[in-house]
Ligand binder design. Structure first.
Ligand code: ZN
Ligand code: ZN
Length: 341
């Protein structure tokens, strides 16, 4: 019988993926998502750093280790750019700009991060309340609160961007200029960065090698609709190589865009089918159908509740579903439109 060895603790690692482009792989404490990427791109005497890794004990040393493997130091960072304000892409921003003395550029719609970082307890309470209204029973709610209650935000300190990362802003590097493209959906603050001559795309969490969906629910009108539109935005760029926020680079960018569209369409179909039953279900009751029949304890996690609510909201905005207010709320197909005489 094979001996089961304990998993080695992950270390920050750096590697050159193209001349002047370095992948910095930084460890994360999350099950199923062992690391995230920051990207360093040569710019004159130093580099532009895209994303930061999460703030946790020892995390700056992981970033320094990854940079050192590419013959770089934190002091070489001339500019910090964040694709979005999630902790794994923004968490170390305060520490980096302090050490490097550089500016931070990020999209202005980062209210979702501020609420989370300022008061993780209040943000957790809000998530729990949404979950309760969505029909999650008391016991899994209590368990989730106990597990999450002790967690840190993963953000060293809240720092405002020196410059709003909006279309029209250009990031100069030795590989040429990078343009800014708003891609909300995964998060309201999400942007992708594109280098047109080389057709390189820094995609953050908008496009990942392993297709997985996440929507920041509750900060905009229709995150799923925004995400679908953002896929169109990125498709128009016709990128040749994608440098994602997690995992390896990939070239079949168009296939990944199509894969995301297909997955969203499947989940919308399943959601619509689930609300077609005689008894209008709660969002919680829809979760197992949304994920293809899996009935793991994770079905009570606010993560999946948020995705389910995002799907329902998109169906509502598109005229296919209606919310039946109550405690908990329930969902049904939209009333058929009766043509007026
Ligand atoms: Zn993210
Ligand atoms: Zn991420």
């Amino acid at each position: 019988m094979a001996e089961v060895k304990p998993r080695k603790p992950e270390l920050g690692r750096g590697e050159r993926v193209l001349p002047g482009v370095f992948r910095l792989r930084l460890p994360l404490p999350w099950p199923g998502v062992p690391h995230c990427n920051a990207w360093a791109v040569a710019a004159g005497e130093g580099v532009v750093l895209f994303d930061t890794g999460m703030h946790q004990p020892g995390s700056l040393a992981h970033l320094e280790r990854a940079l050192a493997m590419c013959n770089l130091r934190l002091q070489n960072v001339r500019l910090l750019v964040c694709t979005h304000a999630h902790s794994d892409h923004y968490g170390q921003a305060a520490a980096i700009i302090e050490r490097a003395g550089c500016e931070l550029w990020m999209h202005p719609n980062h209210e979702h991060m501020r609420r989370w970082a300022e008061d993780p307890g209040a943000a957790l309470a809000r998530r729990l309340e949404i979950a309760r209204q969505s029909g999650v029973p008391a016991e899994p709610l209590r368990r989730y609160a106990a597990e999450r209650g002790a967690q840190e935000s993963g953000i060293a300190a809240i720092v405002e961007p020196d410059r709003d990362l909006l279309p029209g802003v250009v990031i100069e590097t030795d590989l040429g200029p990078w343009t800014v493209h708003e891609t909300p959906g995964h998060s309201p603050s999400h942007v992708c960065l594109f280098q047109p001559e080389r057709r390189l795309l820094i995609s953050g969490d908008h496009l990942l090698g392993r297709i997985s969906l996440h929507f920041d629910y509750g900060y905009s009108a229709d995150p799923v609709g925004e995400f679908l539109h953002s896929l169109d935005v990125v498709e128009e760029l016709n990128a040749r190589l994608c440098l994602p926020g997690h995992g390896r680079t990939f070239t079949d960018v168009h296939a990944h865009i199509e894969g995301n569209r297909k997955l969203v369409a499947e989940r919308l179909d399943r959601t619509l089918a689930a609300i077609g039953r005689a008894d209008p279900p709660t969002p919680y009751e829809i979760v197992p159908e949304l994920t293809g029949g899996e009935t793991s304890p994770a079905s009570s996690s606010p993560w999946l509740i948020a995705e389910t609510l995002a799907m329902l909201t998109h169906l509502e905005v598109s005229g296919f579903a209606r919310r039946i207010p109550g405690e908990p709320e329930r969902w049904a197909p939209a009333a058929p439109v009766v043509p007026s005489l």
